[in-house]
Design a protein around this ligand. Structure first.
Ligand SMILES: *Cc1c(COP(=O)(O)O)cnc(C)c1O
Length: 462
């Protein structure tokens, strides 16, 4: 077990006895609806006053346990003292000069760190941006210039962002690309979608279990027959899919794809925006599969909550782009860079990868037992502190595995009612995902799991 070295500023205790949404949250909700566009939805009906470690407090004095980390962002906690100090120091000096105009050291130091931490010992180059979507867009730009090809291959259940190109790369239509009322398209051309390895939904049938190699062969055949390897600039894949349902591909899938890409001169891009930075028990999820991506996209956990994203890739690919071809006004903002350096230092100092593995043991130990008792947990999966449960309709776990989005919603709502924030995801809306801050204490996590377990048992008995 890892020693807990974090000093928390807020008491690490769940307490929603004040009731919510309280009057102050209600007032903010009213102000919000008058001025904030309805297209931005929030999972939780309360407004945040403070956050630290595994706790978020609201404006009415309630304390919630945070099992979402603002979607896998605040891995070091929402107010890690090292990040706070680094931001304060930098912000007092200069907030922005634009790296494309007047460069500064922080940007270089982050790139040095990324070269050191990302998989592979080849020579690397990095570029910094603001969001995950921007990182993905730029990885595609680099791959196209470097290969002189245009096609990009993405996978079923993929999520890559909400800008035009990344909407096109994302698999799920509603809500990301369209709704019954209309579409955000037209989308960018030259995007081809192939089947993912989704072990839980591929383990039945005459052929028995589909191996990772089988699933890769299926995708590769489709690419070769329908697109032509010679037209493919890049394969873009999340080593563990995020919004699509925390789908962990079968062993052998990623290495087979990477090997094929290498043979065909296709750039292998690992989108580690959600899975990166200790989340899965190692710096990057690609490492579990022994895969060395040509380009890796990063964001979410990189900077302790400050907006920063990055792509790191093989020097010869990255340097194929002409000067001025990559950039952006705010990309690699100095305050965000200072935060990233501090967050990474915290990850190293507290060995948050080990901490993620410890969280996995705690959570999986309990949920495995629970899954034996209830018949709505179809699958338990994930790595480190990126864990999920896929819910199915009672009695269908061994047969049709009918997705149970209703129970999933009920469970999330029941957890929230008791003061535990959990997120859902999945193509079928039937996955509860757990993304606690990696610095969460054992006791607080155990309390959250008590609440989650009770909610699941209740939904299963309904
Ligand atoms: C969140 C996410 C993105 C998009 O990141 P934004 O910062 O929201 O633009 C891209 N890829 C993956 C895998 C993600 O989880």
């Amino acid at each position: 077990m890892t020693t807990q070295t974090t000093q928390y500023r807020l008491e690490q205790k769940r307490d929603v006895s004040a009731g919510f949404p309280g009057p102050k949250s209600a007032e903010l909700a009213a102000r919000r609806s008058a001025v904030v566009a309805g297209g931005v939805a929030s999972s939780v009906p309360v407004y945040v006053a403070d956050a630290d470690g595994g706790i978020i407090t609201d404006v009415d004095g309630n304390s919630f346990i945070d099992l979402g980390s603002g979607i896998a962002v605040t891995s070091v906690g929402a107010s890690d003292p090292a990040v706070v100090a680094a931001v304060q120091e930098q912000v007092a000096k200069f907030t922005h000069t634009c790296f494309m105009v007047s460069p500064y050291e922080g940007y270089i130091a982050v790139a040095e760190k990324l070269a050191e931490l990302t998989p592979g010992d080849h020579e690397k180059r990095s570029v910094l941006f603001n969001s995950g979507a921007e990182a993905v867009e730029n990885a595609v730009k680099v791959a196209r210039i470097a290969t002189g090809r245009t096609a990009v291959v993405a996978f079923d259940h993929a999520y890559h962002g909400r800008t035009n190109l990344t909407m096109g790369l994302t698999a799920k239509a509603n809500p990301y690309k369209s709704s019954p009322a209309g579409s955000f398209g037209p989308f960018a051309p030259e995007i081809y979608r192939v089947p993912m390895s989704y072990p839980y939904r591929e383990e039945t049938g005459i052929a028995g279990k589909m191996t990772g190699e089988d699933a890769a062969a299926r995708a590769i055949t489709m690419i070769e027959k329908q697109v032509g390897a010679e037209n493919v600039a890049a394969i873009l894949i999340e080593p563990i899919q995020g919004e699509g349902g925390f789908i962990v591909p079968a062993e052998g899938f990623l290495p087979a794809l990477a090997k094929w890409a290498k043979e065909k001169g296709v750039v292998f891009i690992a989108d580690e925006v959600q899975s990166g930075f200790c989340r899965t028990g190692s710096w990057f999820a690609s490492e579990h599969d022994g895969v060395v991506p040509d380009i890796i996209t990063m964001a979410k956990g990189i900077a302790g909550g400050m907006p920063l994203s990055a792509i790191t890739g093989r020097a010869e690919l990255m340097d194929a782009v002409h000067p001025g071809g990559l950039g952006g006004t705010y990309g690699g903002n100095p305050v965000a860079c200072a935060a990233a350096l501090a967050a990474i230092e915290t990850m190293e100092a507290q060995d948050l990868s080990a901490r993620a593995r410890h969280i996995e043991e705690q959570v999986m130990g309990r949920l495995r037992k629970l899954a034996e008792d209830v018949d709505i947990i179809g699958d338990l999966r994930g790595r480190g502190a990126m864990l999920a449960m896929e819910f199915v309709k009672p009695g269908t776990g061994a047969t049709t595995k009918e997705p149970n989005a209703e129970a999933t919603k009920e469970i999330a709502a029941a957890c929230l009612q008791e003061g535990v924030i959990i997120l859902t995801c999945g193509t079928y809306g039937n996955v509860v995902r757990l993304l606690p801050p990696l610095v969460i204490g054992d006791e607080l996590l155990a309390d959250a799991l008590d609440v989650l377990e009770a909610a699941i048992r209740k939904a299963a008995a309904a």
